[in-house]
Design a protein around this ligand. Structure first.
Ligand SMILES: Cc1cc2nc3c(=O)[nH]c(=O)nc-3n(C[C@H](O)[C@H](O)[C@H](O)COP(=O)(O)O)c2cc1C
Length: 403
């Protein structure tokens, strides 16, 4: 072979070798890239499987407030959206349901009025461990917060097949006791007497550490239920007088009615149990409650569920407290969620507060443990806010902590 031919051959050989190496490199890089992609996808898939397994495996760690709200949202939707702030906007008009009646303005007013109140911070003192306890008719409570009465697991909460009346009341009363306080049992206007009996069974189970409410039924029906409450050994009973609105269109056997002072006195005289009148929004009626011999009032507009366009509860509370404080035990309710809410109500005249919707969500989302968790969380916030406002005792909250 000539030199020229030899060179041409070599060049061709070099070219094919270069192409070969190049192609092999591309191929190898491609293979590596494919392998990497596959590896990434496998890793991602493995991660997703791990995450799903973690999400679905029963939680072993401590129950958190987020867990409780997540379950509550799943179970209560669409009756309750479990909004980040429970302000009566999304559920306006949803009665039965969880909202406020009509425009929902009374519920919204409870929320708005409470938000407007501001606290004064005072930290030049040596008080580190405030006292949050109160005594209610001989019963020591770890904090001045009780569960409000909330009924209607089917027609208000949509829990049919998810939580029974029995489970619900057990969660409310049991959870309150776990947290060192007590709860109220409801008397739903559409509930047959059998549902009332279920609630009384729970009251008995917890050795009477509960307050039972009765709708403003006929006198005869109220007294019949008072006897059942006495038998269950409850601490006290309440009549939610503000449920009288349906007097004109009562269901058969479910008559409700407004009450005269004479009828209220009859109820007081029918039992030795302390009688609480729930649903007071004026100074005049608070004074009448004292006169007829009631032992407690709940300053309340029923969470805005009975009459549209009432003021917010915390707006009417100071005047009422000025007139009757010390003569009767003053409860108040409306949008109590945070420890600071409790402190605001106490500073403006309440002796204790009730929490309704927030404890309802806690009960549905976490049972007794959920309720106890929520109350203890509120208690921690209450303690912190007491230190930061220089308040040593929930029984002596000064008006001067309000800005
Ligand atoms: C779903 C639901 C059911 C209620 N059922 C009753 C009841 O049966 N008896 C009663 O006295 N109050 C009842 N209430 C009113 C509450 O006791 C409480 O006064 C009101 O909800 C205000 O508290 P909140 O703003 O913390 O919810 C109910 C409230 C809700 C939301």
């Amino acid at each position: 072979m000539s030199d020229k031919a030899l060179n041409e051959n070599k060049e061709r050989y070099e070219l094919t070798r270069r192409d070969f190496i190049k192609n092999v490199s591309i191929g190898a890089a491609g293979a590596v890239a494919i392998a990497t992609l596959v590896k990434n996808e496998i890793a991602q898939a493995q991660e997703a499987v791990k995450k799903t397994a973690e999400e679905t495996k029963p939680k072993t760690g401590p129950l958190t407030y987020d867990d409780v709200l997540k379950v509550a949202r799943e179970k209560l939707y669409p009756k309750c959206r479990v909004c980040p702030e429970c302000d009566g906007v999304a559920c306006a008009g949803e009665v039965p349901g969880m909202g406020g009646i009509g425009s929902g303005q009374s519920f919204k007013n409870n929320f708005i009025a409470l938000q407007k109140i501001q606290l004064v911070m005072r930290t030049f003192h040596n008080m580190k461990k405030p006292d949050t306890t109160i005594t209610l008719w001989g019963n020591k409570l770890s904090l001045p917060v009780l569960s409000a009465a909330t009924g209607g697991t089917t027609y208000n909460m949509g829990l049919k097949g998810k939580m029974t009346d029995e489970e619900y009341i057990d969660a409310i009363l049991g959870g309150c006791i776990m947290a060192g306080t007590i709860g109220m049992a409801a008397d739903g206007i559409g509930d047959p007497v059998d549902v009332f009996k279920i609630r009384l069974e729970a009251v008995k189970k917890y050795n009477g550490r509960a307050i039972v409410t009765i709708k403003p039924r006929t006198q005869e029906e109220i007294i019949k239920r008072i006897r059942m409450i006495e038998e269950a050994g409850a601490i006290a009973f309440a009549v939610d007088i503000d449920s009288a609105g349906r007097a004109a269109r009562a269901l058969p056997g479910q008559t409700v009615e407004p009450k005269t002072p004479k009828q209220l006195r009859e109820i007081v005289n029918a039992t030795k149990l302390p009688f609480i009148i729930k649903g007071i929004m004026t100074v005049e009626e608070a004074k009448i409650a004292v006169d007829v011999g009631a032992k407690g009032i709940v300053v309340s507009n029923h969470g805005g569920r009975v009459l549209d366009y009432t003021p917010g509860v915390i707006e009417v509370l100071p005047k009422i407290a000025k007139a009757v404080k010390g003569k009767i035990f003053i409860f108040a309710d409306g949008c109590v969620k945070y420890g600071t809410d409790v402190l605001k109500y106490l500073a403006l005249g309440a002796d204790a507060v009730l929490s309704g919707r927030h404890l309802l969500r806690a009960a549905v989302g976490g049972g007794k443990e959920g309720v106890a968790l929520f109350i203890n969380r509120m208690k921690n916030e209450l303690v912190d806010s007491m230190v930061l406002t220089g308040t040593s005792d929930v029984k002596k909250v000064s008006r001067s902590i309000i800005a």
